[in-house]
Design a protein around this ligand. Structure first.
Ligand SMILES: Nc1ncnc2c1ncn2[C@@H]1O[C@H](COP(=O)(O)OP(=O)(O)O)[C@@H](O)[C@H]1O
Ligand SMILES: [Mg+2]
Length: 221
């Protein structure tokens, strides 16, 4: 399994549980949409899997290894999980190239250069390599954030509202590009959205969160 959660509960403060006894799993290469109203706990679920929060109960596995339970709490960079956040995706003072380099600075310089070229080519932005985020459109910035996450070669990718802030045609284009990239690199993807159309068009499966619980888990056609 690429991701497995068993009986996970979480609260930021005791009086307001955010997730209660959530369990699900994802197969390698599977694309799953996490859908639910604003405040239903989608981002929190992604933060738990990526290691930015720790569950109060339950166990989280990534690639069949425990990354979080009552004893274990692996650091985000030890989890083989890539995450693209909804906002503040890029560092504004760094160029496109420097942004993509950020997550792979531990590699040899030559390897960094090759990966940066490869990833920017993949998202179709090689010609913007020396631009700053403010010189790019919203969709282009989102693709740079994606390139940065993909450069680390994650087997599991978490995306928080990846298609929000994009107009209709760009939305379709990015959805399609991303599908191909995920397939080509055999990456599993869990993405949060409040848009049922994005979920249906992009995911193999849809998990619905409401009142802190998984209320349905269904395959897309
Ligand atoms: N850092 C935080 N501290 C306290 N409460 C938070 C924090 N982040 C989110 N919450 C609360 O947790 C609940 C779930 O939020 P979130 O996971 O962001 O939902 P969604 O992504 O589905 O909109 C909401 O009630 C929200 O107000
Ligand atoms: Mg959210």
């Amino acid at each position: 399994m690429s991701i497995r959660m068993t009986d996970v509960s979480f609260h930021y403060d005791r009086k307001n549980p955010v997730l209660e006894h959530c369990s699900f799993h994802m197969k390698p290469g599977e694309i799953v949409a996490l859908i639910g109203k604003s405040g239903s706990g989608k981002s929190t679920m992604l933060r738990l899997i990526s290691g930015l929060e720790a569950p109060n109960e339950g166990t989280i596995y990534v690639l069949d290894q425990v990354v979080a339970d009552q004893q274990v709490d692996k650091k985000p960079n030890e989890r083989q999980v890539g995450m693209v956040f909804q906002d503040y995706a890029l560092f504004p003072h760094l160029t496109v190239k420097q942004n993509v380099r950020y997550g792979i600075s531990h590699l040899r310089k030559e390897d960094q250069e090759i990966l940066i070229q490869e990833m920017l080519e993949l998202v179709g932005l090689l010609d913007k390599i020396n631009k700053y985020p403010h010189e790019l459109s919203g969709g282009q910035q989102q693709r740079v954030a994606l390139a940065r996450a993909l450069a680390r070669k994650p087997k599991v990718l978490l995306l928080d509202e990846p298609f929000s802030n994009l107009d209709a045609s760009l939305r379709i284009q990015i959805r399609n590009d991303l599908s191909l990239i995920l397939k080509k690199q055999e990456i599993s993807c869990l993405f949060a959205t409040h848009d049922i159309h994005d979920a249906r068009h992009f995911a193999h499966r849809i998990i619905h969160l409401a009142d802190g619980r998984i209320v349905s888990d269904e395959k897309c056609l």
